[in-house]
Design a protein around this ligand. Structure first.
Ligand code: TRP
Length: 470
């Protein structure tokens, strides 16, 4: 049993810190760029509101009511189905898989902070060369910074919920908002800002394909930190009196707001200097540094600040990816936090090394299976399969296994009766089928025309519950 509890603001910052991460600033703009902008942003927004919000409340409830690590909470809330449901709690393990490549990317960011102080690439092709060189042949630099990332992430988690996780979020989150906010204000004064707005908000409906929907749903889970017990584990340390739907609303709002601000800022800079929006994962590492170069010495300041902000966002998410396993081992095996953090940390560190080597020319053949190398496989399996699966299990668990009366009691001060009825209905009969259709890619059978109305109904329901909780 844990004694340390978050304060209310501490929890909001920690959960928002978990949600706002590389997913918002690094991944969101480049996937949006790849899938044509507005159409993708629209599906993503609908999914976040329609599915993400309901699942967020469900995941928070499991931790809040269970008060234990992920496995323990599932067991405790389903005494009759304890044996089978406890396996759902092992989804916390997914976090270590994500963390392996996440830590490597944080390492790249550390490297970019260091080099941007003095040098920026003068052209996009120079930038591309530098990035490719780092990834495909510079083992030493990547090894060094991945190790540094491992030390920082594990070091924070070692200090526990209050002294480590809450404290670091109190410092880094406001700084992140300041950095991004400042750069966004500058971007909004540039001519290309309106172009960025129309790129992000003018949907071209012909671009809504089943692949775009799958990616958007996977990304919605990824960006909200849903489906692998980050939020669940943090919620086990929630203060007793808390309005869960309002808290979810704030977290979802902050996460989405920051993704949009980051996207608008990035696209403004890119368009202002004529760079391409569909550069893939290299977007912030290739196009952006070259754009910063064009700004002269202000560019160096911006580049360093931007990568520092990105590192902050990444670190506050990384600790939430590690904590579920750490907490599980403490609760289960009575490990000290130190031992637990080193075991879980050691795992992601080593797997991260493999992911890192998979991009290196000499090893890439050995570490490529089928169409993807290990790095891309981990990203794909976690985001497109394990997270939606985790979300599906959580909605079924809360929707059908946990007794309704217990849910009502826990949500009494968070929702009106009407809001509860709507949320519960959506969690049982809309969210799971929608997720199954998307996960199994049944859209070609039932048709994109049918899945969109389903999302639409869920969207309306969520909107009513949202309004009710303001
Ligand atoms: N949400 C974070 C991001 O956007 C990543 C993350 C942290 C995450 N915890 C998670 C993703 C749990 C899925 C599940 O970068």
């Amino acid at each position: 049993m844990k004694i340390a509890r978050f304060s209310q603001l501490g929890f909001i910052l920690a959960a928002a810190g978990s949600a706002v991460g590389l997913g918002n600033i690094w991944k969101f703009p480049y996937v949006a760029g790849e899938y044509g902008g507005g159409a993708f942003v629209l599906i993503y927004l609908i999914t976040v509101i329609a599915i993400g919000f309901s699942v967020m409340i469900a995941e928070m409830l499991i931790g809040y009511m269970g008060r234990l690590d992920s496995v323990g909470s599932f067991e405790k809330l389903a005494p009759l189905h304890k044996k089978s449901w406890k396996y759902a709690g092992f989804m916390g393990f997914t976090g270590l898989l994500i963390l392996s490549f996440y830590s490597v990317v944080i390492g790249w960011i550390f490297h970019y902070i260091a080099v941007s102080i003095t040098t920026l690439p003068s052209t996009v092709s120079e930038a591309e060369q530098a990035f490719t060189q780092l990834l495909s042949s510079d083992v030493k630099t990547q090894f060094f910074y991945h190790t540094l990332a491992f030390i920082v992430i594990t070091g924070i988690v070692l200090k526990g919920i209050k002294g480590g996780i809450e404290k670091i979020n109190y410092i880094l989150m406001p700084m992140l908002v300041l950095i991004l906010g400042g750069m966004f204000l500058y971007a909004s004064s540039l001519d290309a800002f309106s172009e960025a707005v129309s790129f992000m908000f003018n949907p071209d409906f012909s671009k809504i394909t089943s692949e775009a929907i799958i990616t958007a749903v996977g990304h919605a889970f990824f960006t909200l930190s849903l489906g692998m017990a980050s939020i669940l584990t943090y919620s086990a340390s929630l203060p007793k009196q808390i309005n869960l739907s309002k808290t979810s609303l704030i977290i979802v709002g902050l996460d989405t707001g920051i993704a949009i601000i980051a996207g608008l800022m990035l696209f403004t800079f890119l368009f202002e200097y004529g760079a391409e929006p569909s550069k893939g994962p290299g977007l912030v590492f290739i196009s952006l540094p070259a754009v910063f170069y064009e700004m002269g010495s202000l560019g160096n300041v911006f580049a360093v600040l931007f990568f520092i902000g990105l590192a902050f966002a990444g670190l506050t998410s990384a600790i939430s990816l590690l904590e579920p396993m750490v907490q599980y081992q403490i609760d289960r095996f009575d490990f000290s936090r130190m031992k637990s953090a080193f075991i879980a940390g050691g795992f992601f560190y080593l797997l991260g090394l493999v992911a890192l080597l998979a991009n290196i020319n000499e090893y890439s053949e050995l570490l490529t299976f089928g169409s993807k190398n290990v790095f891309d496989w981990i990203d794909f399996i976690t985001a497109s399969i394990l997270l939606p699966l985790g979300g599906l299990l959580m909605s079924i668990f809360v929707g059908f296994i946990v007794p309704k009366t217990q849910l009502q009691a826990a949500l009494k001060s968070s929702m009106s009766e009407f809001g509860f009825t709507l949320w519960y209905f959506s969690l049982r009969f809309i969210v799971p089928p929608a997720l199954i259709v998307v996960m199994l890619n049944l859209m070609s059978i039932i048709g994109v025309e049918l899945i969109m109305p389903m999302f639409g109904v869920a969207y309306l329901i969520s909107a009513v519950v949202w309004l009710g909780s303001i």
